[in-house]
Ligand binder design. Sequence first.
Ligand code: RET
Length: 275
Amino acid sequence: MTNIESLYSYTPTQYEAIDHLLSMGVGAHFAALVFFFLTSRFIAPRYRTATALSCIVMVSAGSILYGQSGLWETAFSYNGASGTYEPGEATFSNGFRYVNWMVTIPCLLTQLLLVLNIRGERLFRDAALLVLLAWGMIVTGYIGQLYETTDLASLTLWGAISTVFFIGMNWIVGTRIFRGLHEMPAPAASAMRKVFWLMMFAWTLYPLAYAVPYFAPSAGGVVLRQAFFTVADVSSKVIYGLMITYIALQRSAAEGFEPAMQVTDLAPQKGIVAS
Ligand code: RET
């Protein structure tokens, strides 16, 4: 059982486009890791776990993408006679991504709950429910993608079951976000609304990538799928993490945490004389 990636030969442009997309993903995650690590000291201890979770997501996703990019390079070799990159002994697989989501999605969802200031018993309940729905979505999607080259009916069936979990998860995410807005400082609430729409956009790209074997089973379709994955990865983890950090910073400042007040200009700046 393979992915459609292993069925085709690629022109040098297609091959390199995918190689570059994967490397860009690696670079974005490791650069963001440094940013999250350096800025965590401006975040109040109450919200700092959210930034720590971003660091974990960056290491985890960055490493898997590094693996994907290495696998891409070993799975195909250049054939001078045809002028294309052809599948070799090693098999490229997107399955590693799905397994990685078992770790990264729970982190992403928990950091959302943390900056929504959901704590104690409620945090445990909401996180457990969201993680179970996410795992249901991932496991059924993982099984479905195993059929993409052999049995499109099974791909559809498992994809549909996975989507039920996805909708349930989004419903809970949406209600928690929109219920929490009124007790946030204005800049944080405005960023939180954007986080919701960012999630809806970025997370939907993953099922689109899953569905590529239906509507574009070709080398070009594979380029499109890897582009969907890269845009989704950078949006749902890196940009999302930056917005979560911004919200945590605004909340920290509004609650009087001095380093956050300095960064957000809420505190008087030493050395600056008012004219
Ligand atoms: C699958 C299978 C087809 C149906 C649906 C899917 C949803 C996948 C999602 C993945 C999100 C991944 C994230 C990763 C972060 O590291 C499993 C492709 C609905 C929503 C956010």
